[in-house]
Write a protein that binds this ligand. Structure first.
Ligand code: A2P
Ligand code: 11C
Length: 349
């Protein structure tokens, strides 16, 4: 069977990478449809050497579509994902619109591919910072159990979309040119009242604040981790920080295991054999994961594994992945490949 595939948000930071990931995917593709806003209709992109004209997204865009990958913002998904399902398409949604909805599988294939069997048309792709963390933690959890996670992130600007990338580049150019005033209109969060420069800075705010003092991004890491691992008892806390990196999210992850007996060596061994992970951990050779070396790769990179000096079951590690690939487009395409492999490209409502 070959599929008609649609990409919604085909001109965006993630959508552009979705097209690239589909080009090299093992998914049998009959036809690709590229959808975006009216502003982009008529522009052209190439897919496997062929020119494809971008079309304006409407509900009827999904007639005849088997698989639709969405990455055009939560409100677009809210409105159009059900329309796509109504027309028989299976939706892989990269926004936060349906992630915590009961009955919607939230999937990272290395961790919970089986959850796809429960889908009723929509499958949610987790937040980028959650995905790379659970890829690194699942193999350890399987062996030793996971009691608690405390994570601090160092997130790249591309997670905030094309216009945020342009804003950071302009700020950097202006500051290096010696300008005293730089423009900040988008970051840290387009929807908030105040905006600050990210160039040569670090901003401890990703998305809006909630009433408890955490941001939505931090709540996403907390809630999504529990849902993906099907364990509400795991204690998770997060501090999410935007840094002036173009692509590649880095995370300092502290874990406490349920069982004693783990060592740095045993964790290194587990991770070196785990799916989707590359171990880069050799302090003597100054080998550790970096955003710049992870960009363009599909894997999650793990290093700096250390035992806590006070807590016997406590370990620290540094986890890096390309937020636009494993964090978004590649995980979505991987889900589509899993759906094909498991014969699940159909809608049972
Ligand atoms: P467009 O380029 O036509 O505005 P990013 O997250 O990088 O900012 O990208 C957002 C993506 O979502 C873009 O592809 C953008 O298309 C798309 N998008 C935004 N608003 C709409 C809309 N109303 N209908 C369809 N696509 C939209
Ligand atoms: C960021 N993690 O890096 C965000 C972007 O819920 O899909 C992804 C937001 C989401 O800014």
């Amino acid at each position: 069977r070959e599929y008609n595939v649609a990409v919604v948000g085909a001109t965006g930071a993630v959508g552009t990478k979705m097209i690239e990931m589909l080009e090299t995917s093992s998914l049998p593709i009959k036809h690709i449809k590229l959808l975006a806003s009216k502003r982009s209709a008529g522009k052209e992109k190439t897919f496997k050497g062929e020119t494809v004209v971008i079309e304006e997204l409407t509900a009827d865009s999904f007639e005849g579509v088997d698989i639709a990958l969405f990455s055009a913002g939560g409100s677009i998904s809210q409105k159009f994902a059900p329309e796509a399902v109504k027309r028989g398409a299976v939706v892989v949604d990269n926004t936060s619109a349906f992630r915590m909805t009961e009955g919607v599988p939230l999937v990272v294939p290395e961790v919970n591919e089986e959850a796809l069997k429960e889908h009723r048309g929509i499958i949610a792709n987790p937040n980028c910072s959650t995905i790379q963390m659970v890829v690194a933690l699942e193999p350890i959890r399987k062996k030793y159990g996971l009691d608690r996670v405390i994570v601090s992130t160092y997130q790249a600007v591309s997670g905030a979309g094309v216009s945020a990338i342009e804003e950071l580049k302009q700020q950097a150019r202006d500051m290096l040119d010696g300008k005293t005033e730089v423009t900040a209109e988008i970051l840290p969060s387009a929807g908030d009242k105040k905006h600050y420069p990210l160039a040569f800075n670090a901003l401890p705010q990703i998305d809006l604040f909630t009433e408890d003092g955490y941001t939505f991004e931090e709540h996403k890491m907390i809630n999504e981790t529990k849902k993906i691992m099907s364990d509400d008892a795991i204690k998770v806390s997060a501090t999410c920080v935007r840094v002036p990196v173009l692509s590649g999210h880095s995370e300092s992850v502290y874990i406490e295991l349920k069982e004693a007996g783990a060592t740095v060596k045993s964790l290194q061994e587990i991770l070196s054999q785990a799916p989707g992970i590359v171990l880069e951990d050799d302090p003597a050779e100054q080998l550790y994961p970096q955003a710049l070396t992870a960009v363009g790769k599909k894997e999650t990179f793990v290093g700096r594994i250390r035992q806590d000096l006070d807590v016997e079951t406590g370990f620290h590690m540094w986890v890096v992945s390309d937020n636009l690939l494993k964090g978004a487009s590649w995980n979505s395409v991987q889900i589509a490949e899993s759906l094909h492999k498991l014969n699940l490209v159909h809608v049972n409502q």
